[in-house]
Design a protein around this ligand. Structure first.
Ligand SMILES: Cc1ncc(C[n+]2csc(CCOP(=O)(O)OP(=O)(O)O)c2C)c(N)n1
Ligand SMILES: [Mg+2]
Length: 605
């Protein structure tokens, strides 16, 4: 398509940005208009056959869509937001992407350079002129703010490179109003020169690889712990090879679930404060723990209290991460290696080829695996009754199970934040690295409500289901309109427990039941209150049904997927049970939760 050339046949700032996105192969931009970004919209208008603009009804929706798009497609996209309040709706999604190491380019509008520091409409100026960058500095890898048209080419190519190299993360390109229209360059930087040929897949120090292999071969109770670095680093196939070759069981942080298919005999599942017994009891007894792309946050680590998730030391930790800042952040390391996880795994496999007798260690590991199988049986016996509970409202464990079993193998489940997420983490059986997507770093409500739309755009042929709290859905119900406007056949299961139940659970667990501001009640009757979500969906042109019997839930999910239309299931689910796990969680000043199985492990006792 012919571009409209401004003065001297130069592309303007907006055109350079959009052309660069097109040359990077970005299929979508997500955002919301404002006077601050009409220049960019104009450039997008010109290229509308090359890049599709998705207009949403809340800026955070745009950010969550871009975020989950990347988690599924492995490719970054961009968002556009206006100056002032429009962009101020975005940091929640930026911070979420930042903490979960997910890249997207946030193009934020700002006031015209000629008006800097005059207090123009929507300028944040009282501390420093046009100071949106300060608003987002803790929420992204870098902020670029070109203040002349000819600064745009440099800014866009550097922004993209910063976003995708090293530990990935979101980057902000903050563009004053006039710069979108100001003459910028004759042509756009070529991604092949500035970005495509850069690899950050660095390997570990070769001596470190030798040491790691020595430690793994000598270990009697080794465990591999995987996190996001394996899942999104494309390392799942190499992980499988290593685990099978050395017969080492694999536990996952919440962000690593599905890196090894859940039904693989060596897959232990979730290690966490709410982790399953066989995972937690294996990782905390391990003599060598190989941690791949894991942060050891408080939930994974049972608030770092020894003996619940981990006991490091005496466990010898081999910690591999592309970001050295995460190594030895929370636990001492026997061996810390900065490396891309996939490259490291390949180095280890190559090193193993040079060793003799690797099967000896694998055979001696059978007693360790047998012990873990025993822990697994104990866990399964503990949770068995929950699968059979026929009660209405639906038992949450049963709900998680019914939703999971209704999903075909290629389905993508995007969870929101809340108690439903904890249940899903325990009882879903993800088969692929992207089967169960959740937010673990920042945990913003709305992530799943909106994110499922991004998943669908990334994988139009795969069923995409968002399981979301009633609190979060009400907060972000505008997604109904977006699904209709862009014909996105996603299924939302609203986990309707008439409460901000995860927080009410804390009031019950830690505060003696002093409940305030955590449930939804009708003012006159005192009965649980919520809008009729199914009717709300229908009013927006989305199919909507209400389910309160466990036997109907799986069929409803299947029907939603089969409908080929946006579909909402309002599922009435009990809130009186909390997902108990084998770990613990400390809320400093309020105490420590008790595990439901196994207690605290003390080495040597
Ligand atoms: C934007 C945002 N506000 C507040 C919180 C704190 N928070 C975490 S979970 C939760 C309750 C969520 O309620 P709901 O969506 O109904 O999910 P449930 O826990 O009931 O499954 C709240 C308020 C948050 N994580 N994000
Ligand atoms: Mg709720």
């Amino acid at each position: 398509m012919a571009l409209q050339m401004p003065q001297q046949n130069l592309l303007n700032g907006g055109q350079v940005i959009v052309d660069y996105l097109v040359r990077e192969g970005v299929p979508f931009v997500f955002g919301l208009c404002g006077h601050g970004n009409i220049g960019l919209l104009d450039a997008l208008y010109e290229r509308s056959s090359d890049i599709k603009t998705i207009s949403v009804h809340h800026e955070s929706v745009a950010g969550f869509m871009a975020d989950v798009y990347y988690r599924v497609a492995g490719k970054p996209t961009a968002t556009f937001t206006s100056c002032g309040p429009g962009s101020a709706n975005l940091p929640i999604a930026l911070a979420n992407a930042y903490l979960d190491s997910v890249p997207f380019l946030a193009i934020t509008g700002n006031v015209p350079t000629s008006q800097f520091n005059r207090g123009a409409f929507q300028e944040l100026y009282r501390h420093f002129q046009a100071d949106f960058p300060s608003t987002v500095r803790s929420c992204c890898k870098h902020v670029f703010q070109p203040t002349r048209g000819d600064m745009v080419p440099l800014a866009i190519r550097q922004a993209w490179k910063t976003m995708v190299t090293g530990r990935p993360g979101p980057v902000v390109l903050d563009v004053p109003f006039d710069i979108f229209k100001e003459a910028a360059a004759e042509e756009t930087p070529d991604p092949h020169e500035w970005n495509a040929n850069i690899s950050s897949r660095c390997g570990a120090d070769p001596e470190g690889v030798t040491k790691a292999v020595d430690m793994l071969l000598a270990a009697e109770r080794p465990v591999i712990l995987v996190g996001q670095g394996v899942r999104y680093g494309g390392a799942a196939a190499d992980l499988l090879k290593l685990a099978e070759r050395l017969q080492i069981p694999v536990a996952s942080s919440a962000s690593g679930l599905g890196a090894l298919p859940s039904d693989h005999p060596l897959a232990l599942g979730l290690v966490s404060r709410g982790g399953v017994y066989h995972a937690n009891h294996a990782t905390r007894q391990a003599d060598v723990l190989l941690a791949l792309g894991v942060r050891f946050d408080d939930r994974t680590s049972s608030s770092w209290l020894p003996g619940y998730s981990f006991t490091i030391p005496p466990t010898k930790l081999i910690h591999v991460d592309i970001d050295p800042n995460e190594i030895a952040r929370n636990y001492p390391v026997a061996l810390g290696l900065m490396a891309d996880v996939r490259t490291f795994l390949r180095q280890v496999l190559t090193e193993l080829d040079t060793r003799k007798n690797t099967s000896k260690g694998a055979n001696s590991r059978q007693s360790w695996l047998a012990a873990i199988a025993g822990y697994r049986r104990e866990w399964e016996a503990l949770v068995a009754p929950g699968y059979l509970d026929d009660a209405t409202p639906i038992n949450p464990q049963r709900a998680a199970y019914e939703i999971d079993r209704a999903l075909p193998e290629d389905a993508i489940l995007v969870s929101d934040i809340g108690v439903h997420h904890n249940w899903l983490l325990q009882f879903c059986k993800p088969k692929r690295p992207d089967s169960l997507i959740g937010s673990m770093g920042f945990g913003p409500m709305g992530f799943g409500v909106a994110g499922v739309l991004g998943a669908k755009l990334a994988a139009p042929d795969r069923p995409c289901v968002g399981v979301v709290g009633d609190g979060a859905f009400f907060m972000h119900a505008s997604v109904l309109g977006t699904a209709v406007e862009y014909e996105l056949p996603v299924v939302w299961v609203v986990w309707n427990n008439y409460a901000y139940a995860s927080i009410r659970g804390l009031q019950r667990g830690y505060l003696g039941g002093r409940e305030l501001a955590t449930d939804f009640k009708h003012p006159q009757t005192g009965l649980p209150y919520n809008p009729d979500f199914a009717a709300m969906a229908r009013s927006a042109g989305v199919e909507g049904v209400t389910i309160d019997r466990p036997d109907d839930l799986a069929d409803a999910v299947r029907a939603g997927i089969a409908s080929g239309r946006p579909y909402l299931i309002d599922a009435i689910i009990g809130a009186d049970k909390n997902p108990g796990g084998a770990g613990a969680w400390e809320l400093p000043g309020h105490g420590v939760s008790a595990p439901v199985i196994g207690g605290r492990y003390r080495p040597g006792s």
